[in-house]
Design a protein around this ligand. Structure first.
Ligand SMILES: [Mg+2]
Length: 293
């Protein structure tokens, strides 16, 4: 299946002109062309986790909704204001998806005109602080995970395995603080040569998406420049981070029928699933982007 949206059309690349009757020269030119076309244009691929590797985006959305609806309902009951529920499209995708937990809490509450104290990371779940609400969400997320398990995107794992066979280094960059639990539960941890998650970010003081810190740190850990690395993301904040970081290519995975949003916020290529692309296709896209085509 063809990619649903791409900035660069690799089929526009002009074929090498061959002139004259010297067949051996033509052959040499052809082999040069084949070498140039086969040369890898990137050395590392940095994958987001939730929604790209694991089918956990829906679990997150459900946990956020339960937590916020519970909080908003209690607030409405106390104040006599009307209750307006947390929505997946209008709230989760806009304010929360991809961001570090506390930033997601703060961004959504701000959109409703609610300002709370930041609190402390060890606030009891449900305490009326940014951290307390974030901890409540995390508890609900773990409950749902324990009862329902984690599904993986097979097409993503296939692409990662093919890349590893080509010698491309694979990194994971996620805002999640639960990455170790999820990667170990799914047996996917050994696929990644570096993991920069929410806990590493906290330790190193990295800014969350839409800033590029976690992707550029993963790239540096792999010993690869951002220009020679690609980013694969499903969140708007994630493709923004990839675009800001000057990566060789930013691939948006539109799991939410949000092709246009990902494209507008910095994805060079948008697919609905990674089965729609291949190393060869990605390589052509990186080459074309670098050439400014
Ligand atoms: Mg994601």
């Amino acid at each position: 299946m063809a990619p649903v949206n791409e900035k660069l059309n690799s089929s526009q690349a002009s074929p090498l002109a061959i002139s004259g009757n010297d067949r051996s020269q033509d052959f040499r030119r052809d082999s040069h062309r084949a070498d140039a076309e086969n040369a890898l244009e990137f050395d590392a691929a940095i994958f987001d986790m939730d929604g790209v590797i694991t089918q956990t985006a829906a679990v997150h959305s459900t946990a956020w909704k339960r937590m916020f609806d519970e909080y908003l309902r209690g607030r409405a009951d106390r104040s006599g204001e009307s209750f307006k529920e947390f929505s997946h499209t209008g709230d989760y995708l806009v304010f929360v998806d991809g961001r570090p937990r506390s930033q997601g809490v703060a961004a959504f509450l701000k959109s409703r005109g609610i300002m709370l104290d930041p609190g402390n990371p060890d606030d009891l779940p449900g305490t009326e602080t940014i951290c307390g609400l974030g901890n409540r969400k995390n508890g609900l997320f773990n409950q749902i995970l324990a009862s329902d398990g984690v599904a993986l995107y097979a097409s993503t794992l296939l692409l990662i395995q093919e890349m590893r066979r080509e010698g491309i280094k694979i990194g994971l960059a996620t805002s999640s603080k639960n990455s170790a639990v999820i990667l170990n539960a799914t047996g996917t941890a050994p696929l990644f040569a570096t993991i920069v998650d929410g806990l590493v970010s906290e330790k190193l003081g990295l800014k969350g998406k839409p800033e590029p810190d976690i992707f550029s740190t993963a790239s540096a850990n792999l010993g690869v420049s951002c220009a020679r690395a690609i980013v694969i993301e499903d969140a708007v904040s994630g493709v923004q981070a990839g675009a800001k970081g000057g990566f060789g290519l930013v691939i948006g995975v539109a799991r939410e029928d949000n092709v246009a949003e990902l494209r507008e916020h910095g994805a060079d290529l948008v697919v609905r699933d990674l089965s729609e692309t291949s190393i060869e296709h990605i390589n052509r896209m990186v080459r074309a982007k670098r050439a400014g085509v």
